[in-house]
Design a binder for this molecule. Sequence first.
Ligand code: S6P
Ligand code: ZN
Length: 194
Amino acid sequence: MTNGPSTALVQAGTIRPEDFGNHITRRLSSMKGQYLDQTAYERMLGQEDSLLYEVYELLRPEKEGELLSGLSIVHPGKVGNEYFMTKGHFHEVLETAEIYLCLSGRGMMVMETPEGDWSVKELTPGVSLYVPPRWAHRSVNTGASEDLVTYFIYPAHAGHDYGTIETRGFRKLVTEGADGPQIIDNPKWVEAAV
Ligand code: S6P
Ligand code: ZN
């Protein structure tokens, strides 16, 4: 990592891993308990530990004043009726926001706050989404065969709280219905203990 200016070619379909210091890959096995249809999940996992999504991130010091940015690529597919999606997280420093710009593909950003508000926004190429402080976020690829590629920027000291979502889930899920993607209540959502 250098401390000086750096560049990356942020263009859907032209990802040069060497431009990014960090390449994270997440497979089906890391999503235990997150998909509604556990039988479908176990069956799929028994066949292959599929690659669900990847993140390419510019390495910068994780301190206030810095920004982290990169590309998030969610591959197409489903577990049962539920689309491939990211784990989703709150920022550990809850009062930090994030900006996403959709570069290609089609999807949705599922968001919620600890206070009980929720929101689901569509992602199509060119859409810029501001995720305010306090909002957990998860991207879902609702496309049939294309990757969902987004560019993200957030404060470098934000950190990630994955545990809350792993334990409670999101209030809303995106599944494939008769007329396409639909937002449903998550029957397994767990209210936080007081
Ligand atoms: C980080 C930012 C994205 C996600 C990426 C993968 O704050 O929101 O880079 O890390 O979309 O999602 P997740 O939930 O596995 O970190
Ligand atoms: Zn984030």
